[in-house]
Design a protein. Structure first.
Length: 417
C-alpha cells in the first residue's frame, strides 16, 4: 500500500531514498548546476525532522563500471551543506551494511553511484561486439538474476522506501522500480515526485479548457508519440521550431535548407488530418526568420514559410507567427510547452522562444495552469529567467516526455501498485 510522506511516521525509521543527484560536474569535479540536489532537499529534510535517518542513493553519469570520475564522493560536501547535516559516505553501495545499521536518528549516509553495478540498470556490460544472439540472451539473463541480490541488499538497509527521482522514473531500474516491492506497506513518493505527478495529472486528467499544447524542438520523430497522445485532449496544437518544416514540406512548401525529416512527412499529414477530424485547431508558423548559414552571425530575412529561398534555413518564428500564437496562449486555461520554437542557443534566433516564455508568464498571471516540460524548453525558460513565472517546470526531460506520451512510468507504478 502506498504511503504519503506527509503522514508517514519516520520516528526511529531508516529511510532509503532514491534521488536524482545526476548533476553536471566540471573537470575539477565541481558542481556546475545543483538544481537536482536542491530539488530533493525538502524530502530529505522531512525524514530527518520526523526523527528518521537517511540512506540516500543515486546514479551519476553513465559509468561502465567503477570509475572515480563518476563517484558521488564529489558531491558529499555539497549535499551536507544544502541539507545542513553531516553526510557519511559508503564507498560501495553493496557493502554498506555496517554503516547503515549504525545510523542513528538524524544521521545521513550517501551510497556510492548505483551504476557502478550493471545490476542497477539490469543491462549486461562488456559484451563482445561480435557476441551472438544466444550470448546476448545469456548475459541478459545472468544480470537479471544477479539483480535480485543487488536489490535485496539495498532494501535490507532500510525500513521504508521513498522515490524522489523523477528524472529516472521512466526507467525500470533496481532502485527506481524493483526495490519498491520490498516495502509493500512502507513505500512512498518524495515531494518532488508528488509535484511532478500532480503536474502531469493537472494537464492529462484535469485540464481546464481551452487546453493548448505548444510543441517545438528539432524533430517530429522524437515528439510524434506526445503529439498523438495529446491530439485526443487539446483544443489547440501549436507546432513550432525545427519540426514545423516537415509539416510545410509535406504540404508541398519550399523550405530551402531548413531542418526536416522526409520519412516523417506522412505522419505530419496524418496529424493534420486527425486535427481536422477531432476539431483541434492546429497552428503552424506562417513566416520564419531564415538565415543563410547555421550561425548566430548569419544574414537573416523574414520569409513566407512556404517559400524559403534555396540555401536559406528557417531558424526562428517570425513576429507574425508569434502574434498568432500569443492570442491562442492568452485565451487558454491550460498550457503545456515542450521544445523551443527556434535555435534559442543562438541569441539572434532566441527571440521566438523568449516570446513564448513571456506569453506563458502572462497567461499564468491571468490564472492559466502552465507546465513546461520535456526537452529543451526547460533549459530555455530557466535561462531566460521565467522559471518562477510559470505554474510548473518539470525536472525530468525524458520522464516528462514519456508521461506526456501517456505511458505509465515504472518508477511511479512501482510505488502505486
Ligand atoms: P528538443 O530537445 O527536441 O526540444 O529540441 C531542441 C533543439 O531544437 C534545440 O537545440 C534547438 O536549437 C533546436 N531547434 C529549434 N528550432 C530549430 C530550427 N528551426 N532549426 C534547427 N534546430 C532547431
Amino acid at each position: 500500500m502506498q504511503q504519503f510522506i506527509d503522514s508517514y511516521d519516520f520516528k526511529g525509521k531508516k529511510a532509503i531514498v532514491r534521488v536524482d543527484f545526476n548533476v553536471p560536474l566540471n573537470d575539477k569535479f565541481e558542481i556546475t548546476d545543483d538544481t537536482r540536489i536542491r530539488a530533493a532537499i525538502p524530502t530529505l529534510k522531512k525524514v530527518l525532522a520526523g526523527g528518521g535517518s537517511l540512506i540516500i542513493m543515486s546514479h551519476l553519469g553513465r559509468p561502465k563500471g567503477v570509475d572515480a570520475k563518476f563517484s558521488l564522493k564529489h558531491i558529499v560536501d555539497h549535499v551536507a551543506e544544502k541539507l545542513g547535516a553531516p553526510v557519511q559516505f559508503a564507498e560501495d553501495c553493496q557493502k554498506a551494511d555496517a554503516q547503515a545499521a549504525a545510523l542513528k536518528p538524524g544521521e545521513v549516509l550517501l551510497l556510492e553511484n548505483l551504476r557502478f553495478y550493471a545490476e542497477e540498470e539490469g543491462k549486461p556490460r562488456g559484451l563482445a561486439e561480435d557476441a551472438t544472439d544466444e550470448e546476448k540472451k545469456a548475459a541478459k539473463a545472468a544480470v537479471k538474476e544477479s539483480q535480485k541480490a543487488f536489490v535485496a541488499k539495498l532494501a535490507s538497509y532500510a525500513d521504508c522506501y521513498i522515490n524522489d527521482a523523477f528524472g529516472t522514473a521512466h526507467r525500470a531500474h533496481a532502485s527506481t522500480a524493483l526495490i519498491a516491492k520490498y516495502f509493500p506497506n512502507d513505500k512512498m513518493f518524495g515531494y518532488l515526485m508528488e509535484g511532478e505527478i500532480k503536474a502531469i495529472d493537472n494537464v492529462l486528467k484535469n485540464a481546464q479548457r481551452p487546453f493548448t499544447a505548444i510543441i517545438g524542438g528539432s524533430k517530429v520523430s522524437s515528439k510524434l508519440a506526445v503529439i498523438k497522445n495529446l491530439l485526443g485532449k487539446v483544443d489547440n496544437l501549436i507546432i513550432g521550431g525545427g519540426m514545423g518544416y516537415t509539416f510545410i514540406k509535406a504540404q508541398g512548401g519550399k523550405i530551402g535548407a531548413s531542418l526536416h525529416e522526409d520519412d516523417l512527412m506522412p505522419d505530419a499529414l496524418q496529424i493534420m488530418k486527425d486535427c481536422k477530424e477531432k476539431g483541434v485547431n492546429l497552428s503552424l508558423s506562417v513566416a520564419t526568420v531564415a538565415a543563410d548559414s547555421f550561425s548566430n552571425d548569419a544574414n537573416t530575412q523574414v520569409v513566407d514559410i512556404f517559400n524559403i529561398p534555396e540555401g536559406w534555413e528557417g531558424m526562428d518564428a517570425s513576429q507574425e507567427s508569434l502574434n498568432n500564437w500569443k492570442k491562442i496562449i492568452l485565451e487558454s486555461k491550460t498550457i503545456i510547452w515542450n521544445g523551443p520554437v527556434g535555435v534559442f542557443e543562438m541569441p539572434t534566433f532566441a527571440k521566438g522562444t523568449l516570446q513564448i516564455a513571456e506569453d506563458l508568464a502572462e497567461a499564468t498571471a491571468k490564472g492559466a495552469y502552465t507546465l513546461v516540460g520535456g526537452g529543451d524548453s526547460v533549459a530555455a525558460v530557466t535561462k531566460m529567467g521565467y522559471a518562477n513565472k510559470v505554474s510548473y517546470v518539470s525536472t525530468g526531460g525524458g520522464a516528462m516526455l514519456e508521461a506526456l506520451e501517456g505511458k505509465e512510468l515504472p518508477g511511479i507504478a512501482a510505488v502505486r501498485e
